[in-house]
Design a protein around this ligand. Structure first.
Ligand SMILES: [Zn+2]
Length: 203
């Protein structure tokens, strides 16, 4: 490329000018491209935010009318505490809506800012509705990636049967879920371990 430019300069002044113009145009269009890429990313992130935010607000509004649905003393044993059939169904729908939002957050979590903003929400919904999530009949409502995330982040979003800060939960339900996730391919924890082994390997 450089030789072509030099040659152009050495020949006629007109060719030199047009080469310069071409180079400038190239620089400008590259700048414009990277700028629009950045602004696209910014717009996309803020759309994601307002989308999740709106859904979460709706959920909170619902809980104002049904404060029992956000009382862990009741939700942690919801089949026993919500004896009325309609109330039980309503709670189950509520918990599903809550975890559905969490799944969306997890899907888009590679965005660092999203992580900082919404991790406290995952923590709170986990504290309130983990019993519902652990019920076997709800397993099919979420993707493998979601379960993988929950199991590998037990430290931050612990299972009801696990102590806080424990890397993995060893209750029967979590073991079953692990088997399910493994049957679909490598898990997050396995991937993390093999990456660590590669880092530790002598060079
Ligand atoms: Zn568990």
């Amino acid at each position: 490329m450089w030789e072509v430019i030099l040659k152009a300069f050495q020949s006629t002044p007109f060719a030199a000018v047009s080469a310069l113009v071409a180079i400038l145009a190239l620089i400008i269009s590259f700048r414009a491209y990277s700028f629009s890429k950045k602004s696209f990313k910014r717009t996309r992130t803020s759309t994601l935010y307002s989308d999740i935010e709106a859904r979460y607000m709706d959920l909170l509004k619902l809980s104002i009318n049904e404060p029992d649905f956000v009382d862990p003393a009741l939700t942690n044993n919801y089949p026993k505490n919500f004896k009325d059939r309609k109330l039980l169904l309503a709670y189950e729908q509520y918990a599903f809506a809550a975890w559905n939002i969490v799944e969306t957050i997890i899907d888009r979590r590679e965005d660092g800012e999203l992580q900082r903003t919404w991790d406290p929400v995952i923590k709170e919904e986990n504290r309130l509705h983990r019993a519902w999530l652990n019920a076997k009949e709800n397993q099919h409502k979420f993707k493998k990636e979601f379960w993988d995330f929950m199991l590998s982040n037990n430290k931050f979003f612990p299972c009801l049967s696990s102590e806080e800060g424990k890397e993995e939960c060893s209750c029967k339900r979590c073991n079953d879920l692990r088997t399910f996730v493994k049957s679909k391919g490598e898990t997050r924890i396995e991937r993390r371990q093999s990456e660590q082994r590669q880092l530790d390997a002598p060079k």
